[in-house]
Design a protein around this ligand. Sequence first.
Ligand code: FMN
Length: 309
Amino acid sequence: MLAPMAGVSDLPFRLITRSFGAPLAFTEMVDVSGLYQMDKRTRHMLSSDPYDRPLGIQLLGNNAEHIVKALRSLEGHEFDLIDLNAACPTPKITRKGKGAALLKDPRALGDLLRVIVEHSTVPVTVKVRAGWDQDSINAPDIARYAEDAGISALFIHGRTRMQGYSGTVDYRVIREVKDAVKMPVIASGDNISIPLIGKMFDETGCDGVAVARGALGNPWIFREAIQFLRDGTKCARPDINERVTVMKAHLDLLFRHYGEKRGVGIFHKFFIWYTRGLPGMKPLRDRAFRTGSADELIDVIEELWTSRE
Ligand SMILES: Cc1cc2nc3c(=O)[nH]c(=O)nc-3n(C[C@H](O)[C@H](O)[C@H](O)COP(=O)(O)O)c2cc1C
């Protein structure tokens, strides 16, 4: 599945990854207070379409009353599951007791999940980390409380909050979580290549994997992973024609979703990701960054053909 990524996993990106087989995806993380105020930005973040299924919404919050209020404001929006974020390491968020701060009190997290399960019409999941820091690895404990609360599956990023996004992934703690519960466990952390995805399954016994950074500029990872998991074979990497076609399709989806100005601005970072690993890209990337219109950006994308000849 496609892992939730704030600022990345919007509708256009989800549709691109789904076209390569990503079976499940999440909205960007939505703060529950933004939800019950339902401002324009939040409404935009919640938008979806029939090809964008099944879809989870990921909530950020730590107050049961606020979460229940937010769930009510979701009526009319169709989601297939609701995930609570207990993994975000950003200090601005953890200082407020949200995200990974919820890992500090497994019992309280369990209570919060129970309330969500009681008020939700769709399955509830939680995304956790291995623990707050190396001295407080408690994901197996959290998983037991969460399962008792009635959730349907658990996502675990096998790093601590203190590790952020660097350092090694703790495969052992993911296996311990898997052994501690009966519900499906979906593993996250360094699923950035087919061998590492294979390693995640082998070492943890997980039921599924969530792909995050490995999908940035590389939606093909889903096609490759699905084929590998099905019959152990490798499929060819995308050639330059396919890369150009997908980049243009992604840009087109961004324009439609955000309008031209914002769509171009958002695509700048994707241009870097889509051209990662290709030699001699600096001049083209610099030009892509200076583009202000769709047409200019399409010209730069199409230059990938000639710049590689
Ligand atoms: C740009 C970015 C944004 C992220 N935003 C979220 C988020 O909103 N919610 C969440 O649960 N995890 C978020 N994550 C964490 C990923 O879902 C994933 O667990 C983590 O990146 C580890 O996987 P990886 O090593 O394969 O990238 C984010 C990661 C990245 C790189």
